[in-house]
Design a protein around this ligand. Structure first.
Ligand SMILES: [Zn+2]
Length: 87
């Protein structure tokens, strides 16, 4: 039985593009935590963002859409914490 033809899956491509949109969103929010950015998944909800801070530097942003419940954790170097409540 021959193998099925291997081609790039549309699902994989869509997932990749989806991820890229979240990454772009994270970049925007890294520059302004208070920016109102529409959810890449539903285009309706305004994302909330939480900082994951390590030694005063933001190492990860937790994005969450209150409307559709989508969320992503985006790792990177986002600079010093902009949070108002230091813990
Ligand atoms: Zn959403």
């Amino acid at each position: 039985m021959p193998d099925p033809p291997s081609s790039h899956s549309d699902a994989n491509l869509a997932a990749h593009q989806h991820r890229q949109r979240w990454l772009a969103t994270a970049v925007t929010l890294s520059q302004d935590r208070n920016a109102h950015v529409a959810c890449p998944s539903c285009d309706e909800g305004i994302l909330s963002v939480s900082e994951i801070v390590h030694r005063g530097q933001v190492v990860e942003l937790a994005l969450r859409c209150p409307t559709c419940g989508s969320g992503e954790f985006v790792r990177g170097r986002f600079g010093a914490s902009q949070g108002t409540s230091e813990g």
